[in-house]
Write a protein of this length. Structure first.
Length: 146
């Protein structure tokens, strides 16, 4: 696999994680899902602190899940000869709506880059203002019809 394909694969993976995090961060604050929310309802993060309060069982489960997922695609990522002829970096063979196309792949990367910036903004905003993202920018987290 070329360096460009590896970089693309890494970016797709990080983009997908960032999109999940960009949705999950404010959702956890809005619904109070995280039992370790800090004062003012902020989510634990590197800048906010509080990561040491998260249960070790959670960290072990997350690490185990990550290892399991990575092990399923490691051979194709490392190009050990177990890759199919139709292999594309970041493609997991899951497209129930049949929407895969170069345009949709580029849109996923663009949305992922925006999500990466959003997560960085969430962390900085909470670290500077000492209050939650949903408290600082409530207009982003309310339904349009209210």
């Amino acid at each position: 696999m070329t360096h460009r394909a590896r970089a693309w694969q890494a970016e797709v993976k990080h983009a997908r994680l960032a999109m999940l995090a960009a949705a999950g961060w404010p959702l956890s604050e809005k619904l109070g899902l995280a039992p370790t929310l800090l004062q003012n309802g902020r989510a634990p993060s590197l800048l906010n602190g509080g990561l040491g309060q998260v249960n070790i069982v959670y960290w072990v489960a997350v690490l185990g899940l990550a290892v399991f997922v990575e092990s399923k695609y490691l051979d194709s990522q490392l190009d050990t000869g177990k890759r199919g002829n139709d292999y594309l970096p970041g493609m997991l063979g899951f497209d129930p709506l049949g929407q895969d196309s170069p345009t949709m792949r580029n849109a996923e990367i663009l949305n992922g880059r925006v999500a990466m910036l959003a997560i960085t903004g969430f962390a900085l905003e909470e670290a500077i203002t000492k209050s939650s993202v949903i408290a600082n920018t409530p207009f982003f987290f309310k339904p349009l019809f209210f």
